[in-house]
Design a protein around this ligand. Structure first.
Ligand code: CA
Ligand code: CA
Length: 299
């Protein structure tokens, strides 16, 4: 199986990036990822890291998918996420919902014990590994891996897990896909500023989907489908995510605006992915069985 080592990382998703590897549609690829601290935050005694950090929020890749051309959709099936044996977190005096409460950076290292961590001597938390940054290269200027957008990127959507299928736009030849910033666990919002940051091996199967319209980035996870949209404010991101799903539902059901609006209000859930990246990210979910009732199946 094709494998891209963590020697091949970038911190910008851009059409100028040289491919780290090439694959065909239908092929499965393993990505070895570094954590968001470029694997430099290794000790609680050194919350600023060990001095080896080169990349901000590195992603592994990019992968050139042969036959993927602008206008196509890249279907990325997340088959497996294998975590390193430990995760790291760090407080921030400059970002996140609690920045006023910290005057310096404080780090914690958590050993991962199977699929749990001991948060303290009372609380055990079950892990739910997810991918923070995952995307293709945008057609215009490159986007740093701090920022989410139409191309995917730093969406920090905790529904991007093993078993999920993510549909991304192809804007440049080969798509130039990359991923990284894996979290062993994160709540909606990522309110402190980080998840339980860790390195991982992520297995993904790629398919180029032609002549199909989907409101990308579009995700299928655990029986639900969702639009994921990012904007400078949560209000704007929520408006975008809801309306992208509205247009999609309307086209699937063939209903009018009244039918679509009422259905959306009955079955869609709006949730915050993250509030800490340069843009905020909101998703709007509906049960996949709503689409099935109208005979729709995802490509
Ligand atoms: Ca992130
Ligand atoms: Ca992160």
């Amino acid at each position: 199986m094709l494998r891209i080592s963590k020697d091949y990382v970038v911190d910008i998703l851009a059409k100028e990036n040289k491919p780290a590897a090439f694959c065909k549609s239908g092929e499965t690829v393993v990505f070895e990822t570094r954590d968001c601290y470029d694997d430099s935050l290794t000790s609680e005694e050194r919350p600023l890291g060990d001095g080896t950090r080169v990349y901000e929020n590195p992603v592994t890749g990019p992968l050139y998918v042969e036959g993927a051309n602008p206008g196509d959709i890249l279907k990325a099936e997340i088959l497996d996420i294998k975590l390193r044996s430990w995760g790291a977190m760090r407080t921030s005096p400059t970002g996140g919902e609690f920045k006023e409460r910290f005057d310096k950076r404080i780090a914690r290292i958590f050993p991962l014990e199977g699929d749990t961590i001991a948060y303290d001597d009372k609380l055990t938390l079950k892990l739910d590994p997810m991918i923070g940054v995952i995307g293709t290269a945008p057609e215009g200027e490159g986007v740093y891996t701090h920022t989410p957008g139409e191309h995917g990127g730093n969406m920090d959507c905790r529904k991007i897990v093993a078993g999920s299928v993510l549909y991304l736009p192809v804007e440049v030849p080969g798509a130039l896909f990359a991923l990284g910033d894996v979290h062993a666990l994160m709540g909606d919002g990522e309110v402190l500023i980080c998840g339980l940051e860790t390195a991982a091996e992520v297995t993904v199967r790629f398919t180029v989907v032609k002549d199909t319209k989907l409101p990308t980035p579009f995700l299928s996870c655990r029986g639900r489908v969702m639009t994921i949209q990012s904007a400078l404010t949560l209000d704007e991101a929520g408006h975008l995510a809801a309306n992208k799903m509205y247009d999609f539902v309307k086209s699937v059901t063939g209903g009018d605006d009244v039918h679509t609006g009422m259905l959306m209000s009955l079955v869609s859930d709006m949730a915050v992915c993250q509030v800490v990246d340069p843009k905020r990210t909101v998703r709007v979910e509906i049960p996949e069985e709503v689409l099935a009732a109208y005979g729709y199946r995802l490509p």
